[in-house]
Design a binder for this molecule. Structure first.
Ligand SMILES: [Zn+2]
Length: 205
């Protein structure tokens, strides 16, 4: 049995177990109110939020990219996500406690790209001269920067609880770098989801 075949076997076991237990979530509209968090994390195979945070199926929307960074592309996806919620007529978390978590980690592959400035500048849609503001080589600084950039987005619901975590691959422990706090203290009316895409307005090179 090759690796794919063994994964497909595990899928059949998953399907049988979850189907028999009535655990399959057939309706997006009914699943959305039960979701508790959006986790932005790194694509690295060692840092799957389902593993390191024990996230169960349906509990969180997990968005993974290189570094777990807040890029214009990631913001665009957050905007699409908000629109999906609107079209499905469901509020993530059912209007209750809802977390937006930025989860980065030590020994991240993105730190190996510090000399690939053109690639990084394209990824962040920022001039190469501004890359220093992204703290590519320092996950603790990067998490703080990314949490601050999320906090500055007017379209994010004020009441969402925003936090920044760094997972240490050497210990398996997560450190709170940006403590959980509402996106904004005051609660202005929710803005149009489409305006989340405003991250695209970064000056292009
Ligand atoms: Zn990584």
């Amino acid at each position: 049995m090759n690796n794919l075949e063994s994964m497909l076997l595990r899928n059949r076991e998953f399907a049988a177990r979850h189907s028999a237990g009535g655990m399959l979530m057939l309706s997006l509209s009914r699943a959305l109110p039960k979701v508790k968090a959006i986790v932005v994390g790194c694509a690295d195979m060692r840092v799957d939020p389902a593993e390191v945070l024990g996230i169960k199926p349906g509990e969180a929307v997990v968005m993974r990219n290189i570094g777990g960074r807040i890029t214009p592309g990631l913001l665009e996806q957050l905007g699409l996500l908000a629109r999906i919620g609107e079209v499905a007529e469901a509020i993530p978390g059912g209007g209750g406690e809802f977390h937006l978590i930025v989860l980065q980690h030590t020994d991240c592959g993105i730190t190996r790209l510090v000399n690939n400035r053109a690639m990084l500048a394209h990824y962040f849609e920022t001039p190469e001269a501004a890359l220093e503001t992204k703290a590519i080589a320092d996950p603790r600084a990067a998490v703080s920067i990314d949490v601050a950039s999320l906090r500055a987005i007017p379209a994010l619901p004020s009441e969402w609880i925003l936090s920044g975590l760094v997972y240490d691959v050497a210990t398996g422990l997560v450190e709170i770098v940006a403590p959980p706090a509402p996106v904004r203290a005051a609660i202005p009316p929710m803005r149009q989801a489409a305006s989340l895409g405003s991250g695209r307005s970064y000056e292009k090179r």
